[in-house]
Design a protein around this ligand. Structure first.
Ligand SMILES: [Ca+2]
Ligand SMILES: [Ca+2]
Ligand SMILES: [Ca+2]
Length: 484
């Protein structure tokens, strides 16, 4: 039996605020009794957030193992994708829907979604048993190899750079990796980004953030390490330190008062710092969320009204996602992208592109409770505004026992050529990567052997006409996923 996410009145979901949750139906066997639709009206800002936090898959048909065409050595995935109904039953929800057909067996388990496994390629590993990767980025950081590299950072402070193996002009899909840095004090590195931080040099600089020493903690000191390849070797330098863990990093051209790309780091002190590598300028606090952890940042060209070429979005545990950019006069413009006070935000993606019939700018965020949210940017004379979409978001991400699990990756891109324009994707502690295509909702496209901690979109395979997903986490492996 196939899992089938049936979305009734699909078009009306995207246009009607305050839509009844029950119009999202999982074969008519899912009910939503959670907080549902929440509206916040603040000045010009209209945020309507819709969560399916209360959604409980009360009945679920037995999943069909729809693994197709996985082409890597990661065999656990196809094994673990077999989920016999009998193993997933110990804690069925107490409340039963009276209308549940008697012949449908009641089970708990991960959200009831279709499975269509993408082709998986193993790109890199930590090479250390029990050591996971935290975050990833894609950038052309190593001039010895054509095309972009994939950079990953690990729990014990490794920075690994993976490149495609090309011999005599031929690439067979193989990847090789090099460990370019390892923390002398095993300081956990959690996120990484790269960009042209030295305007006078034609090279992309990696910035990895995390703990100065030891594993992630609420009290330890944070560090941001810069790495770049110059004169035939890898160089590294401490770009910034903070009294608390640095958890997020974003590089982009979001400051119009300076040439080239800028660097921001953020973390458990609740501060976002602009950092000026290669100069004597001290780091500067550009945003602060007291008693909050600022987990991540993302950069995109959002606003055509602003002086800066790009904008920076940061997401914090207080549920706020804020957009920042600096004008020619040096003043920071700040606006709220989303406000979900009950949702500690942990991941953010923002992307401009073709989506549902037109050019849109979409931001996707994931929280600690399995929820994924989306907001659209609406251009306007007052600098524009964001509106949360009551879109066809999935039920909360859950593990095999039905417990809600943290979202630890969101991505936007054209992952699926059978569905027009861009799709949305999420990943997390459920070990699942899910893609929202059309028609008909979310599809599980990958199941890892361990909780996932990051997800991004990148065109790493130019031989197809889709964007790839790249994910990593506690398994200590980086996996590239391409639609079959
Ligand atoms: Ca700039
Ligand atoms: Ca598509
Ligand atoms: Ca591609």
């Amino acid at each position: 039996m196939n899992y089938e996410l049936r979305i009734t009145n699909y078009e009306s979901i995207e246009t009607v605020h305050g839509v009844n949750n029950s119009s999202l139906s999982l074969r008519e066997h899912t009910s939503c009794d959670g907080p549902g639709v929440r509206a916040v009206l603040a000045g010009m800002l209209l945020v309507v957030s819709m969560t399916f936090a209360g959604c409980t898959p009360e009945t679920a048909p037995e999943p069909e193992n729809a693994v197709e065409n996985t082409e890597s050595g990661i065999s656990e995935a196809s094994e673990s994708s077999e989920r016999p109904a009998e193993e997933a039953n110990p804690e069925a929800p107490e409340e039963q829907q009276p209308e549940t057909p008697a012949e449908v067996e009641t089970v708990t388990g991960p959200p009831v979604l279709a499975r269509k496994m993408y082709r998986a390629t193993n790109i890199a590993s930590t090479g250390e048993p029990g050591v996971g990767f935290g975050g990833l980025c894609v950038s052309d950081v190593d001039p010895r190899y054509d095309g972009p590299e994939v950079i990953a950072v690990s729990d014990i402070g490794q920075v690994v750079v993976a490149h495609r193996v090309v011999a005599h002009g031929v690439s067979g899909g193989l990847w090789a990796q090099e460990e370019v840095y390892r923390s002398p004090e095993k300081g956990e590195l959690i996120m990484v980004d790269a960009g042209r931080l030295f305007p006078e040099k034609n090279l992309s600089v990696i910035v990895a953030v995390g703990m100065k020493s030891g594993p992630e903690s609420d009290t330890g000191e944070g560090v941001a390490i810069g790495l770049w390849f110059e004169s035939d070797s890898w160089r590294h330098e401490i770009f910034a330190e903070d009294e608390r863990m640095l958890h997020g990093v974003a590089i982009g051209n979001f400051d119009a008062s300076r040439a080239g790309d800028e660097l921001c780091v953020m973390g458990f002190s609740g501060k976002v710092f602009q950092v000026f590598p290669g100069t004597e300028i001290p780091k500067e606090v550009i945003y602060e969320a007291p008693s909050s952890k600022i987990k991540v940042g993302a950069v995109e060209d959002v606003s055509e009204e602003s002086a800066s070429e790009e904008e920076l979005l940061v997401a914090a545990s207080d549920g706020l996602v804020v957009m920042l950019d600096r004008g020619l006069g040096g003043e920071w413009a700040k606006s709220i992208v989303a406000s979900t006070p009950d949702s500690p935000m942990a991941r953010v993606a923002v992307k401009r592109g073709l989506m549902r019939g037109g050019e849109k700018i979409a931001s996707l965020f994931g929280d600690d409770y399995g929820n994924v949210y989306m907001s659209y940017y609406n251009a306007g004379e007052a600098g524009g505004s964001w509106s949360m979409e009551p879109f066809a978001l999935p039920p909360a991400d859950t593990d095999a026992s039905g417990a809600k699990t943290k979202i630890r990756g969101v991505a936007i891109g054209d992952f699926d050529r059978t569905s027009p324009g861009m799709e949305l994707a999420s990943a997390g502690y459920s070990k699942l990567v899910r893609v929202l295509g059309s028609p008909g909702g979310w599809t599980i496209v990958w199941e890892d052997s361990a909780p996932l901690h990051f997800l991004l979109a990148a065109d790493l395979d130019q031989t197809n006409d889709t964007i790839e997903l790249v994910t990593t986490g506690h398994s200590g492996r980086v996996t590239m996923l391409a639609a079959p």
